[in-house]
Each structure stands twice: as structure tokens, then as C-alpha cells.
Design a protein around this ligand. Sequence first.
Ligand code: GLC
Length: 442
Amino acid sequence: MSKDGTNALERFLSDLESLFSVTPQEVREIMFHFHEEMRRGLAGGKSSLKMIPSFVGRPKGTEKGDFLALDLGGTNVRVLAVALDGNGNATLAAVSRFVIPSETIGGAGDKLFDFIVDCIQSFLKEHHAGMPQAYDLAFTFSFPVVQRSVSSGELICWTKGFTASGVEGKDVVALLAEALQRKGMKSIHVAALANDTVGTLVAKSYADPSCDVGVIIGTGTNACYPEKVARISRLPELRASGEMIVNIEWGGFDKLKTNVYDNLLDLSSNNAGRQKLEKMVSGMYLGELARLVIVEMIQKRLLFTEKSLPAFSVAYALTTEHLSMTAHGSDFFDDFGLADVQEADRQTIREICRIVSTRSARIAAAAIAAVVAWMDADLESNHTVAIDGALFEKYPGFQDNMTDMLFGVFGDRAKKIKLELAKDGSGIGAAIIGAVAASARQ
Ligand code: GLC
């Protein structure tokens, strides 16, 4: 490449780095706005943070029993059998995963629920000879739901690309119960409904009482924490003392500095103007952000050749798994029909992936910093943050980038915050919530 070309490339990449930068000072500002939105959300005012009361607190570790758990939140349905021994130990006795066809994600709502019930039936056939006499089922439903009780709640709006019709505004437990009826599975009782973040927090705190934040950083992103009931003023009927877990729905936070790629992505999404933080952080969107950068660079002749443009013109063709491959030192060029890629182009791609994923980790850290500081402004106590999701678990360097930002913001006090992987937490946690709900019924 000519000297000018090299300079143009360097300039582009350095501008890109600034467009995606997040400094510790900016994180402090984000935290300030986050707290304002939390306050407004808890009071039931207009806020980009929904702050949804879950009607459950953290468990005691003494909950017992065998449960079925159903987990719907991304492109898979998972069915799990969970055994709780009453001593803080939860065992995953069996688990099956089913891919939801894209026409079901975007089709009629009752077909989606029929599909879910088919998954439960296949699971029971495989793992339990014959039909069970009776089961309590805990339903992890990882979308924003206005919870009415521990076992009912209406979907506010779909996120993460789901568009199934006739579900928004409806009680999803009632829809599931109707589908169970339709398929003749009357022996299954839906005992609990939980967001995946709430499940994750409950599962981890079953054994570790210092756990007080549950986070998902996967296809979507969100968190929950235990709030003093007295501070949840949007529910004036809750006069009780004690705590209740609040699902923040932080994916909706909209007080962030966006750039041209964020705006392009948002405008062409099926939920424009919503889930602003999620679109900058979660696994569903990072590949798309990188793709938008790559397309511009090809058009400006800074990357590959013009012939490669059609391969990158398909929205969402580049996934976060592809980005993760570059961070692992391999590449995704085969999937895009690119042969003989120049070393300089490989390096440029690695840079783009690094820039996009680093910002994601920093914003995720900013949101965690805000939640922890909300509960404990001077970081006097230890806080275990239970985190599930493939982006956090598998993306090389992601966890380190988060930790670096926490130290950038809190200095040495950041040692009080432990980020811990909590695999399968959402299903196990829902089962624990189911156990609490079932014992309350007796
Ligand atoms: C989306 C959903 C939220 C869920 C998160 C992680 O943000 O709205 O409810 O917790 O994804 O799955």
C-alpha cells in the first residue's frame, strides 16, 4: 500500500478507536446518569431503566426439592431437571437444548409456546421413562416482563430479535399453561416465572451470601440486584421490610455516547430507539457493528478489495463468534469466501474486533460499577457479581477488560468486586425460586 494509503488506514483506525473509546472519567458520568435512571425507574417515573420488582428475595440455601426448569431467552430453549438438597447444593440432573427455528421466533405466539411444550415433552421422554405424575416447573423467560407475582407477568416488549405475534402485553405464564393444556400435559404446574438475571443471582447466592448482582452478557445483556423494599416506591402496596430482587433491564439504558455505526445499527433494527446499551454491548450486535465498519472500510478502499463487498453486505452475517475467532488468533475468512487474505488486512480485522469488543466490556463494567456503587457507595463490603453468557465466558480478554475498567474507576477498592462465571445459573435459580413458591403454597 502507498505511503498515503497507510496513513489513511492509520487515520481511520485511530478515529475508530476514538469513536469507540470509553474512559474511566466517562464511566463516572455514566454511573451518575445510571443512578438517576435507577431512581426514576424505582419510583415508577419515565426512565430508560425499567427496574422491575421480581417478587422474590435471595434464597436461604435451605430450599429443597426436584424441579423442572424451562429456559427461553435466546435462539435455544433449554429444559433442565434440577435437584436442590437444602444445604446450598443445586445439581443439574439432566439438560436438553433445542434450537428454535427462525420462523417460530418471528411467527404466531401460540406456535412458539406449542414448540416450547414439545421441547418439554421430548425432554421428559428422553430423561424420564413415561409421563411424570406431577411436576412443578420454573420458567426462566429472559425478556422484559412486568411481574405481577412470583408466577405471573406480562411481556412488555420483545428484545433480541424476537417478534412472535400476540405475546406482548399478555401473561406469559398463562400462555405457557394454555399450551400445556392444548398438548394434554395437565400434570405440569408453572410454579415460578423469573428473568435470567434473577435466576443467575438466586443460583449463586444459594451457596454464596456475598453475591448481590446477577448479570447476563450473552446474546442480550441485563442485570438485577437486591433492593430494599422501602426504596421500591413504584409499588406502594409493598410496605414490608427486607429486600426484593429488582430486574434492572439495563439493556435499555440510553444515556450513552453513540457513534455513526451504533446509529446505523439501531435504525435498521426491528426495535429502533430501544435497547441502546444492549446494542453496544451484547453478543447479538457486536458482529454487526464490526460488519458496518468493515463495509465502510472496503468502500473507502482501506480493506480487502471491492470484490469482497457483496460478501459483507448481508446484515448480521458477521457474528460475535467470528470476532471471537480473530481474538483467538484464527480467522473467519472462509465463511466469507475470501482466499489469500493479506497480512495487513488480517491485522486491520483484528484491530476492528478488538476496538468493538473492548468498548463492550468497558460499558458492561460501567454498568456493574453503577449497580455496586448504588448499593455500597464506598465499597465497604465484598460483592460477588454472578455473570452468565457466552460473551463474558468465551471472548478472549473480555473479563480482563472489564476488570481493568473497574480498577480504573475505583482504584484498589475494585478488589472488593469479584466477577464470577455462573454457568447455567438462570435455570437453576428459577428452580430455587420455584421451591420457595411451592413451599409458600403448602
Ligand atoms: C434482554 C432482555 C432481558 C434479559 C437479557 C439477557 O436484554 O430484555 O430481560 O435479561 O436480554 O438475556
